[in-house]
Design a protein around this ligand. Sequence first.
Ligand code: FES
Length: 102
Amino acid sequence: MFKYDSTTTETVEIVLDGAKVEVPGDMNVAAALLAIGKITSRISPTSKKPCSPHCLMGVCFECLMEIDGVRRQACMTTVKGGMVINRYLEKAEVEGAEGGQS
Ligand code: FES
């Protein structure tokens, strides 16, 4: 449905769940992670199922993740090089949720 044109955007390096990854640098954290196929933002504390950014405008809070040590809405935070982002996903819960990507 959506296609990301990686030829027109500078990338930045961030640390996502302990691994260095390159993401587009001109967008919010949620969109940058979606652009590289990381669709799971957190695990629901009630259902224990993976959640993904939903509204991308600061309303639903489905994009909460730890960004530089603080729990924030990823869709309301501009991505910057060197950011450290932790989603605290349990591997078994998201297997397949990100299209088989790790
Ligand atoms: S995606 Fe809804 S608040 Fe961020």
